[in-house]
Design a protein around this ligand. Structure first.
Ligand SMILES: NC(=O)c1ccc[n+]([C@@H]2O[C@H](COP(=O)([O-])OP(=O)(O)OC[C@H]3O[C@@H](n4cnc5c(N)ncnc54)[C@H](O)[C@@H]3O)[C@@H](O)[C@H]2O)c1
Length: 216
């Protein structure tokens, strides 16, 4: 993934997001303190890894009672979140675009899907799951008007490359691409290509490896 900063490794950023989700759930259950080995156990990693990640972001207030859950949530939030909420647009409001929107909004994150774009006349100028859907032709104009920083690309794969220029022209800063074609952007735009087939093949490969090891 192209990144604007190399100060914190990508994997640590992913784990910090995961830790925060666990901490928020713990907080909801009334848990005030958590030990690094408990956090590690939930995420299937070692306590050393948890402590290393937190040291990397300068957090070291491990007490006899463990980490203060609320303090750690606030600390991770200061690292992960921008000072004001970021607006996201979905490009392609089909099955996947709608599933992502349903899943994502209302989670109380500092990120919010605020607009969708499509070309299907049945969807354009309607509101889907509370999100206004505009024609892709008006993307640049609406993206500026609605201060969109990040886009999720969930259009058909074959049209995805044609969305690159409008995304650049609109001054978008980050792209999460779900289509099967990797999209390339100039430096300065953060891109994550997320392909479910690749991830599934990775899981299948390790299942095969572990079966071969236990048989042989
Ligand atoms: N990465 C993953 O895990 C994963 C999983 C499922 C699907 N996909 C991919 O996500 C994409 C969407 O899949 P889907 O099942 O939601 O398809 P879908 O056909 O249900 O939705 C695609 C939507 O994009 C719209 N569209 C067409 N041309 C467009 C354009 N030029 N600009 C904006 N929108 C446009 C269509 O009208 C439709 O609403 C596909 O590329 C698919 O391969 C990825």
């Amino acid at each position: 993934m192209a990144s604007l900063t190399n100060s914190i490794p990508e994997k640590t950023i992913e784990r910090l997001s995961e830790y925060r989700r666990t901490l928020l759930a713990s907080h909801k259950q009334g848990i005030t303190h958590i030990f690094s080995h408990v956090l590690a156990g939930i995420h299937g990693i070692t306590a050393v890894q948890v402590r290393r990640d937190l040291m990397l972001i300068g957090f070291s207030s491990d007490t006899k009672k463990g980490y203060d859950v609320q303090v750690l949530i606030d600390y991770i939030s200061r690292i992960l979140d921008s000072p004001s909420p970021m607006n996201i647009a979905v490009l392609g409001m089909g099955h996947l675009g709608q599933a992502i929107t349903k899943y994502f909004n209302g989670k109380g994150l500092n990120l919010k899907i605020t607009a969708a774009f499509d070309v299907d006349p049945a969807k354009v100028s309607t509101t889907i799951d509370g999100i206004p859907c505009y024609h892709m032709d008006s993307f640049e104009e609406i993206a500026e008007e609605k201060d969109i920083s990040i886009v999720i690309v969930s259009s058909p794969t074959k049209v995805a490359p044609s969305l690159v220029v409008p995304i650049i022209n609109a001054g978008i800063k980050g792209v999460l691409n779900f289509t099967s074609t990797p999209l390339n952007f100039p430096q300065g735009i953060v891109v994550e290509n997320y392909d479910i087939t690749t991830l599934l093949e990775k899981v299948a490969y390790f299942v095969k490896e572990s079966e071969e090891n236990s048989n042989g």
